[in-house]
Design a protein around this ligand. Structure first.
Ligand code: COA
Length: 259
């Protein structure tokens, strides 16, 4: 499929999704958001794809935020109408397969929220994060108070959202906003390596594990443990679960079929 503002490259079971508006620091305009949603929906249906990586084109930025020029042209009623539709952040968060974010350079506002919607963040040392909305008289509106607070705790989320200050890669790593930190320019290579290590396993188990961990963000512990038990039993009953256990007993590599 041809897109105007994103690139989709498959590499065996991995797919690299690149936001491609480098002259605008990959700012999220409505075309990027629509195309990203179309792409993740298509990838969700594609059995050949096991793990996705999201990145941004160019030397300077992953994504420098929502496209502020579009904000400027919108009435409050138009903005509300947009918020009533499915949003790219939720499309990414609900993507049933693992999705890693590879961050280089600016990761601001909606860009940071896009990274937060992914399952884990790999950043190089140039990465800089901020919830900059407060500078515009706004607040984060796509997870930059909610997903951020759950990931790094309410205090650090307060600091970021209320100051709008940039946090460098080292600090983001220390506070848990970035899970893997690498030297400049190594973010994609590292993300591919981690994605490749996931892609060896059963797609059924990957999907169930992801679903269970995501539920931990939303449920009390007792309900989460109950769900985990059910999802474990679903994995156990799957052909891949049977194959994995049998292969271990027979001292051979498993052959996962995705069912
Ligand atoms: N929305 C729309 N356009 C953006 C953008 C955004 N969020 N961020 C950058 N751009 C555009 C700039 O307008 C510029 O376009 P132009 O060449 O047509 O003028 C281009 O991207 C390059 O950005 P520029 O500002 O020249 O780069 P810089 O290196 O001097 O500064 C930033 C980089 C990130 C500090 C600066 O671009 C910035 O502050 N961007 C806005 C960040 C923001 O507030 N994001 C959160 C929105 S909620």
């Amino acid at each position: 499929m041809d897109y105007e503002t994103i690139r989709v490259e498959t590499d065996g079971p991995l797919v690299l999704l690149t936001i491609h508006r480098p002259d605008k620091l990959n700012a999220l305009n409505s075309t990027v958001r629509r195309e990203l949603m179309e792409a993740v929906d298509a990838l969700a249906r594609d059995d050949g794809v096991k793990v996705a990586i999201l990145s941004g084109a160019g030397e300077k930025a992953f994504v420098a935020g929502a496209d502020v020029s579009e904000f400027a042209a919108r009435t409050p009623a138009e903005q509300r109408a947009l918020y009533n539709h499915r949003r790219v952040y939720d499309a990414i968060a609900d993507f049933p397969k693992p999705i890693l974010c590879a961050v280089h350079g600016y990761c601001l506002g909606g860009g940071s929220e896009l990274a937060l919607a992914c399952d884990l963040r790999v950043a190089d040392r140039t990465a800089r994060f901020s919830q900059a909305e407060i500078r515009l008289g706004l607040i984060p509106g796509a997870g930059g108070t909610q997903r951020l607070a759950r990931l790094v705790g309410p205090g650090q989320a307060m600091r970021m959202a209320l100051t709008g200050d940039m946090v460098d890669a080292e600090e983001a790593y220390r506070m848990g906003l970035v899970e893997v930190l690498v030297d400049e320019g190594r973010h994609l290579e590292k993300a591919r390596e981690i994605a490749g290590r996931m892609a060896r396993w059963s797609p059924v188990a990957l999907r169930l594990a992801k679903r269970s961990i995501k539920a931990a963000m939303e449920t009390p512990l007792s309900a989460g443990l109950q769900l985990e038990k059910e999802l474990f039993l679903a994995a156990f009953a799957s052909d891949d679960g049977q194959e994995g256990v049998q292969a271990f007993v027979e001292k051979r590599d498993p052959e996962f079929k995705g069912r």
